[in-house]
Design a protein around this ligand. Structure first.
Ligand code: NGQ
Ligand code: ZN
Length: 454
């Protein structure tokens, strides 16, 4: 049993003062009692249910800041970035994958994320030969989650083609490829690796995109674990809309919704470019739109149509995707700010009369929990103890009510996070991960070898 005493906490009933939260040995919340006396060991100023990060490619963390140079010719774009990314991933050994994942997971925890959906598509050796264990790299991701204590929803990704015209994989993409039979064995082995993690782990699946997998392959991948999360990238770039239109005579979201049942288990990553009909239909499907505001800005993707999507009851969450910067507060801020710039308005995501920070937080909390298939998202008995403690002094902010969230999102950042519990694992204390030194040391050594000849 652990006890936390919070001066103020966000409960399903709203903000409450002097709250004692008791956590069971199984990592779930036993009780949440407001109006108590501080008797507990851990006394924190503000306690919140922690957010889940619904989309990550951890290996890309090691490229942060290394792909911001403009090429000699033409226009830099998502597609030129992707070439650099492919060159980079071709160098990664299993040890590198694990060291980078551990470092990124640690940073996520320090930023206030309790859990992550790792959209994992690098499966094989450079050139495409499988490892002796086909799920070697899935095992390395699981091991990194174990070292850091983050809650992991692992999404092994099916990837077969180099484009919607079914051209073969080439270059760096050779590390991604599996036919449906190989993918089934990979999923089974990944399940064995995941079984070594604590009980909050989840194994779902994904298809990379309508460019990387055909609709029959997507249906087969969906059928492997029917009740678990299923994710896919969609409609991120305008050339991608043209590519799907040319191959299938329909826009990506329109095409997908017409071919498979998209429901609550689905998370569509980006969904940046949707027309009004697609926006409305996706919102009504119950699926989560997986927004990655910092990465989408970094890659020049475009701006999600948030007002229409929310109006139609759409669910959304946030992901750190390329991990060029890992921050809960900055993701929510970037999301709202791109809406403000586009619509030339303020507090776009807020309800009438309500706090913007609170609305962003609540939406991402619910959407993240759903997308990860994780029993989380509230300070409530029975849920995983996924908790983050903030110190509003870090942003010289108000310590009560929704102003805490507005302060954190618009004026604060990672340094306001003092403590984090993931399914009861108290892995961030005084703002630092408990194993930071070892994890950061291993990462620095890895990075040195990787960038030596970049
Ligand atoms: C990815 N990342 O799979 O890592 C993609 C780029 C692609 C983002 N879209 C590759 N942020 O979509 O083909
Ligand atoms: Zn992605």
């Amino acid at each position: 049993m652990q006890e936390i005493f919070a001066r103020t906490a966000l409960t399903p009933q709203g903000w409450r003062d002097d709250v004692r939260v008791t956590i069971g040995g199984d990592g779930r919340i036993v009780s949440v009692v407001p109006g108590t006396e501080p008797a507990a060991a851990d006394v924190v100023p503000v306690l919140l249910p922690a957010l889940s990060n619904l989309h990550s490619h951890t290996f890309q963390r090691a490229m942060a800041g290394l792909a911001e140079r403009r090429g000699q010719e033409g226009r830099d774009s998502f597609w030129t970035w992707r070439k650099v990314m492919y060159r980079f991933l071709d160098r990664l050994s299993p040890d590198d994958v694990e060291a980078i994942a551990a470092f990124a997971f640690m940073e996520m925890l320090e930023a206030g994320f309790c859990a992550v959906a790792e959209f994992h598509y690098v499966h094989h050796r450079a050139g495409g030969a499988p490892y002796a264990d086909i799920a070697e790299l899935s095992g390395r991701i699981a091991a990194a989650a174990g070292q850091t204590g983050i809650g992991l929803t692992l999404l092994p990704v099916l990837y077969r083609h180099g484009g919607a015209d079914r051209r073969p994989l080439a270059g760096g993409q050779l590390r991604f490829g599996n036919d449906p039979a190989a993918f089934e064995s990979l999923m089974a082995r990944a399940g064995e690796h995941m079984a070594r993690l604590p009980g909050d782990q989840v194994l779902g699946a994904a298809a990379h995109s309508l460019r990387g997998a055909g609709i029959a392959d997507i249906r087969a991948a969906m059928a492997l674990r029917p009740d678990t999360p299923f994710h896919m990238h969609i409609a991120e770039q305008e050339p991608e809309i043209e590519e799907i239109l040319a191959a299938h005579g329909a826009r990506p979201v329109e095409y997908l919704l017409g071919e498979v049942t998209v429901d609550k288990r689905w998370c569509l990553i980006h969904a940046t470019h949707m027309n009004a009909v697609e926006t409305e239909r996706l919102a009504r499907s119950g699926a989560v739109a997986g927004l990655c505001p910092i990465t989408e800005a970094n890659l020049g993707d475009g701006i999600f149509n948030a007002p229409a999507f929310r109006q139609a009851g759409g669910r959304l969450g946030i992901g750190s995707d390329s991990n060029v910067r890992i921050s809960v507060a900055e993701e929510l801020r970037q999301f709202e700010y791109s809406q403000r710039l586009k619509h030339r308005a303020r507090a776009v995501l807020a309800e009438a009369g309500g706090s913007c920070g609170r609305a962003l937080h609540d939406a991402a909390l619910a959407g993240g929990a759903q997308a990860l298939g994780r029993d989380t998202g509230a300070l409530e008995a029975g849920k995983w103890a996924d908790l983050v403690a903030l110190d509003p002094a870090a942003f010289a902010g108000v310590g009560h009510g929704d102003a805490v969230l507005d302060g954190w999102v618009f004026a604060g950042g990672n340094d306001a996070v003092t403590d984090l519990w993931s399914a009861g694992r108290h892995v961030v204390r005084a703002g630092r991960h408990v194993a930071r030194e070892a994890i950061a040391g291993r990462y620095a050594a890895t990075l040195e070898t990787l960038v030596a000849d970049l």
